[in-house]
Design a protein around this ligand. Structure first.
Ligand code: HEM
Length: 132
């Protein structure tokens, strides 16, 4: 069963790499879109691809995370408060993604970008404190 857990953790960390790379790259592309009109179509396509990547990354993080809890811990009983903090931040990140998608352009991208990045840092810190 350990090989299964190891495989899930590898997928979890690869998905984290995709999500983290997107939270750095997307704001850069969005700033360029705001600044230059002529490159808007091509940069818009790149921004769309990056948003899709981040949504897939987050989806893989949640699915592999739930499976790891099931495979190794058999449930959330006995997990410490840092796990609760991590889950609360994951929910916050999902809510920000949904709000950004629903409110199309009405939420300042800089604000949502910073909330997402800071939340990601908080999730990584609480993950390390929860499981080590
Ligand atoms: C944005 C979402 C998430 C991020 C950035 C994230 C990040 C991480 C990181 C960095 C680790 C490695 C920690 C370490 O081994 O020290 C980890 C491990 C883990 N995460 Fe997540 N995670 C996310 C979502 C989730 C979710 C939703 C769950 C469960 C419902 C979950 C459950 C786990 C488990 C079970 C481990 C491995 C614990 C162990 O090594 O025994 N994660 N996560």
């Amino acid at each position: 069963m350990d090989y299964v857990f190891d495989f899930l953790l590898i997928c979890h960390l690869l998905a984290l790499a995709v999500a983290a790379a997107t939270t750095v790259a997307l704001p850069v592309v969005m700033r360029r879109i705001a600044a230059t009109a002529e490159n808007r179509p091509s940069l818009g396509a790149i921004a769309g691809q990056l948003s899709l990547n981040s949504r897939i990354g987050l989806g893989v993080l949640v699915v592999t995370g739930v499976l790891m809890i099931w495979v190794r811990y058999g449930g959330v009983d006995g997990l410490n408060v840092w796990f609760t903090v991590k889950m609360a931040l994951v929910v916050l990140m999902i809510l920000v993604l949904i709000a950004t998608a629903v409110a199309r352009g009405r939420i300042n991208p800089q604000l949502s970008g910073w909330i997402t990045r800071l939340t990601l840092v908080g999730i990584v810190i609480s993950a390390v404190l929860a499981f080590n």
